[in-house]
Write a protein that binds this ligand. Structure first.
Ligand SMILES: [Zn+2]
Length: 287
């Protein structure tokens, strides 16, 4: 093979004299490459796969679903037939839809001290975990529950025990349980970040995290609308989620798996006190 000359003879080409910067290639919106996640809650009416199709049509790359009716106790089998679960997993893979969040049934009260409600709640949450694993979900979000007459400490101990029982003997795979903060309506546990932190600390060893609802945070008195208030709230999140001897939740890293941006309608079961109506009190700056 003949050797290539080291210096190539170059001829002057007037075209080379001025080369304008090419127009930058239009970049795809950042959510398309997955660096920003935009998701929506989609209905499973008809079939689980329908929830995926709805998310795809809206251009989302993440989604949240209920894995069963969210305001009814499941009668009969709470399991998803494997053929349906398999079809769902396959279609999601095809559509390359990112994080799948399941929101647990609203009737579940993991803090219940009344034995029948507590047993029912543990069973229902166990079923949620099983369905979440079957669907290949990444996260299962649950509200901590209402403490009734119990103290916050007692309720937190009950919640921790309930989650442990519900997760017993379930190979959870890649599913992570997220405890959601609340607005603190009635005797709801979880309006204070310390309570969420205590629950997480009690559940060390399980795949666990927090889901922070911004509207709930605000309604509970965390001033995330102002820059200073937001900084201080983030400081409190870091502080409360990183407690516990094992330090499972490192600052700024593992404390939060889901932040639900909730700017408009009050969330289910959320106090509307302090809101200014349907427009949402947080405003667009909170994006
Ligand atoms: Zn919720």
């Amino acid at each position: 093979m003949p050797e290539q000359p080291i210096v190539q003879a170059t001829e002057f080409d007037p075209e080379d004299e001025y080369r304008p910067e090419p127009e930058p290639e239009p970049q795809p919106p950042s959510w398309m490459n997955g660096s920003t996640r935009i998701g929506i809650h989609t209905p499973i009416a008809g079939s689980y796969v329908n929830a995926l199709e709805a998310a795809r049509k809206l251009g989302c790359n993440a989604l949240q679903i209920f894995s069963a009716s969210p305001r009814m106790w499941q009668g009969g089998s709470a399991r998803i037939p494997e053929v349906d679960a398999q079809a769902f997993r396959a279609r999601r893979e095809e559509l390359r839809l990112g994080p799948l969040v399941i929101h647990a049934n609203y009737l579940i009260n993991l803090a219940a001290s009344q034995p029948m409600l507590r047993t029912r709640s543990i069973q229902a949450f166990h079923d949620e975990i099983v369905r979440g694993v079957a669907l290949g979900a990444d996260f299962l979000v649950v509200h901590p529950g209402a403490r009734g007459e119990a103290t916050s400490e007692q309720a937190i101990a009950t919640i921790v025990e309930s989650v442990k029982q519900a997760a017993k003997r379930v190979p959870v795979g890649g599913l992570r349980i997220l405890i959601e903060n609340t607005a603190g309506m009635g005797t709801a546990v979880g309006a204070r970040l310390e309570e969420i932190g205590d629950i997480l600390a009690g559940l060390r060893g399980l795949p666990i995290g927090a889901c922070l609802d911004t509207a709930h945070l605000f309604a509970a008195g965390y001033d995330i609308k102002s820059e200073d208030g937001l900084a201080s709230t983030i400081g409190q999140i870091d502080g409360t989620m990183s407690r516990g001897p094992a330090r499972t939740y490192r600052q700024g890293q593992d404390w939060s798996r889901g932040v639900r941006a909730n700017f408009t309608a009050p969330a289910i079961g959320c106090s509307s006190a302090g809101r200014t109506g349907g427009a949402g009190v947080l405003g667009r700056d909170a994006d």
